[in-house]
Write a protein that binds this ligand. Structure first.
Ligand SMILES: NC(=O)C1=CN([C@@H]2O[C@H](COP(=O)(O)OP(=O)(O)OC[C@H]3O[C@@H](n4cnc5c(N)ncnc54)[C@H](OP(=O)(O)O)[C@@H]3O)[C@@H](O)[C@H]2O)C=CC1
Ligand SMILES: O=C1O[C@H](COP(=O)(O)O)[C@@H](O)[C@H](O)[C@H]1O
Length: 593
């Protein structure tokens, strides 16, 4: 257990790369446990108190321009791995970075609303997967907190029954689960009771055993009680020695006003950098890969503009309805549930300019610029729908309003399609089409990039009459069957000259044997490590609401009637007309998808 003090003396350097600055390191007073580092150009920008420096944090170090090299406490091997971790930053001052080994710190994770659906379905399984993979710190404790009366044993029982995660069939799963469950506890309490949070604080302290304490609260509760819980957690159960962070689940309000009010209330008790607004689509592997695809392959970035791209489509569909969540859903609708957050976030990542670095703030700055460059959405560019009951093969599927928690005359859309535009130099005039729906024929999420026709194409005559069928299309399939494929034209083998379209296909399951982690695993780990890149900053949220609020208001004020579509169908035909109006065909509905 040791602590190191590193002096960062900054001088300018023209030769060092922004990612790998030159530096030198030496012992302080001959003490091998204390190191002095002189950085030629680096600053600890991007590093925060409590950050953990381990192999997973390499990205952070690289982005932060504080890669520590030869002879230093943390060494970067030629294979790119950081050795001698994990270490935590315990003090961060100008020119002085104090880090200490992980043995001295602990992370307490409190799942607020532990008795609920999301906690069971996603949060506990993700925490277990992280534990199984050895990604949680050596010292950690997990607390479930909710009003329901439960003992530790009952929580463990509940968690073990719902740990239906990807780890299930792996080696030693049972053993690991036993170990994991021993670190899980439960505390019964009201969400607005300081007294109950003080009691939680005492229990956490017992487990922390005097180590530097870092605390993460995951608010897995309905939004109307977010602020009460944050108030109590921050005043009665936040850490006094390390960091305190709060993960907030959506919905972040219903519109600009309510979202701003929520942010204002949260900021009474927390700083912006303590708030981790989760959008779990940002944690999905293929969404994470979007920037890699674009910025690390020379062949894509030069094409990424109005010059070569005719339209971009963001498509979300589910083959089940709102069963069980009708009460929540009716208050929000598909535009707020999926478009304003998940699809818009992906759009922003897709369309942003190259960020200065991979640092969270640099990426989020670029995303905000995209969102703020978007043209107000016109109601004429939007189609809404609602699924109705249908009987197929002798089975009757319920309509949206058949749900007892949904008013019979509800106009809430369960489907929406929209054409959006980014009024900047790169994307001027390019339609960004979004489509999201429940109770459709399939479950999928994908990004489709349709390129322009080849000008003066020599082979037009050989390709048939429909030029759209010969345009290149890049498909990023977020789920299921994660993959990326590019449709290209090729000659059909033989003596004739007939053209065909084929896919250059990267199917993840064929390429990689390792299963893909759930989005919640990545996001929880990022929150523990203080990595904010995949969380929504308040100005991003404001910009997202500024775009959608006028449209939602207009739909609601005009009581726009949704177009009905049968459960399990491809959605309202209006979506086809909308696409056609912008000279587009939905890629997911074409014959050769
Ligand atoms: N479920 C999902 O798939 C998703 C959920 N979310 C969001 O995550 C959060 C949690 O979702 P989910 O688990 O489904 O929510 P639940 O409705 O299951 O609520 C979670 C827990 O909160 C407590 N609770 C529920 N209603 C109230 C109330 N009116 N007053 C006080 N406490 C209440 C209950 O615990 P107790 O009674 O024991 O205190 C409940 O177990 C929500 O913000 C939701 O919008 C986001 C994406 C997906
Ligand atoms: O946020 C939400 O997402 C889910 C879909 O998430 P996925 O990871 O299963 O694709 C959606 O069902 C839900 O309505 C929405 O609130």
């Amino acid at each position: 257990m040791s602590s190191f003090s590193m002096s960062l003396s900054r001088t300018s350097s023209s030769s060092s790369s922004p990612f790998f600055p030159k530096h030198s390191s030496s012992l302080i007073n001959g003490d091998p446990s204390r190191r002095s580092l002189s950085f030629l150009s680096a600053s600890p920008q991007g590093l925060n108190l409590g950050d953990k420096l381990c192999a997973r944090s390499e990205r952070k170090l690289v982005q932060s321009s504080v890669v520590v090299g030869d002879g230093a406490v943390i060494t970067k091997s030629s294979s790119g791995e950081i050795k001698d971790g994990p270490l935590s930053i315990t003090s961060l001052e100008a020119n002085k970075l104090v880090i200490e080994s992980d043995e001295k710190s602990t992370v307490s994770i409190t799942v607020v609303g532990a008795s609920g659906d999301l906690a069971k379905k996603k949060i506990f399984p993700a925490l277990f997967a992280l534990y199984y993979e050895g990604c949680l710190p050596e010292h950690f404790t997990i607390y479930g907190y909710a009003r329901s009366k439960m003992t530790d044993a009952q929580l463990r029982d509940m968690v073990s029954k719902t740990l239906t995660c990807r780890i299930d069939k792996r080696e030693n799963c049972g053993e690991k689960m036993e170990e994991f469950l021993k670190r899980c506890f439960y505390h019964t309490g009201q969400y607005d009771s300081q007294e109950h949070f003080v009691a939680l604080d005492n229990k956490l302290k017992e487990h922390e055993g005097g180590r530097l304490s870092n605390r993460l609260f995951y608010l897995s509760i309905p939004p109307n009680i977010f602020v009460d819980a944050v108030k109590c957690a921050s005043s009665s159960a936040s850490s006094v020695t390390g960091w305190t962070r709060v993960i907030v689940e959506k919905p972040f309000g219903r519109d600009t006003k309510t979202s701003a009010a929520l942010t204002k209330s949260l900021k009474q008790y927390l700083d912006e950098d303590q708030i981790f607004r989760i959008d779990h689509y940002l944690g999905k592997e293929l969404v994470e890969n979007l920037s890699v695809l674009r910025f690390s392959n020379l062949i894509f970035e030069p094409l990424w503009s109005r010059q070569y791209i005719q339209n971009v489509q963001f498509i979300f569909s589910e083959d089940f309805g709102t069963e069980g969540r009708g009460g929540y859903f009716d208050h929000y609708g598909i535009i707020r549930d999926i478009m304003q957050n998940h699809l818009l976030q992906i759009l922003a990542l897709f369309a942003m300019e190259t960020p200065v670095s991979l640092d969270a703030e640099d990426i989020r700055n670029e995303k905000v610029k995209v969102l703020r460059s978007m043209r107000p959405i016109q109601l004429e560019d939007v189609v809404i729908g609602q699924y109705k009951s249908t009987t197929k093969g002798g089975v009757t599927y319920p309509g949206y309003t058949d749900d007892k928690t949904v008013p019979k005359d509800s106009l809430t859309p369960t489907f929406a399609a929209a054409a959006l535009f980014i009024d900047n130099a790169r994307w001027d005039g390019v339609p960004f089409l979004m489509k999201a729906g429940k109770a459709l024929h399939t479950r999928s999420a994908e990004i489709r990039v349709q390129f322009r026709h080849v000008p003066g194409n020599l082979y037009n005559r050989n390709s048939g009459t429909n030029l759209d069928r010969t345009t290149n299309e890049l498909v990023i399939r977020v789920q299921p069957d994660e993959g990326i494929y590019l449709k290209i034209n090729n000659k059909v083998p033989g003596l004739g000259m007939r053209l065909d379209q084929s896919n250059l296909n990267l199917l993840y399951s064929a390429r990689y044997s390792k299963e893909i982690p759930d989005a919640y695993e990545r996001l929880l780990l990022d929150a523990i490590e203080g990595e904010r890149r995949l969380f929504i900053r308040s100005d991003e949220l404001d910009a997202a609401w500024a775009l959608f609020t006028p449209l939602l208001k207009e739909i609601e004020e005009k009581k726009t009637i949704p177009e009905f579509y049968p459960y399990g169908s491809r959605g309202p035909v209006g979506a086809h007309y909308l696409a056609a109006k912008h000279n587009v065909q939905w890629g997911d509905l074409s014959l050769d998808q």
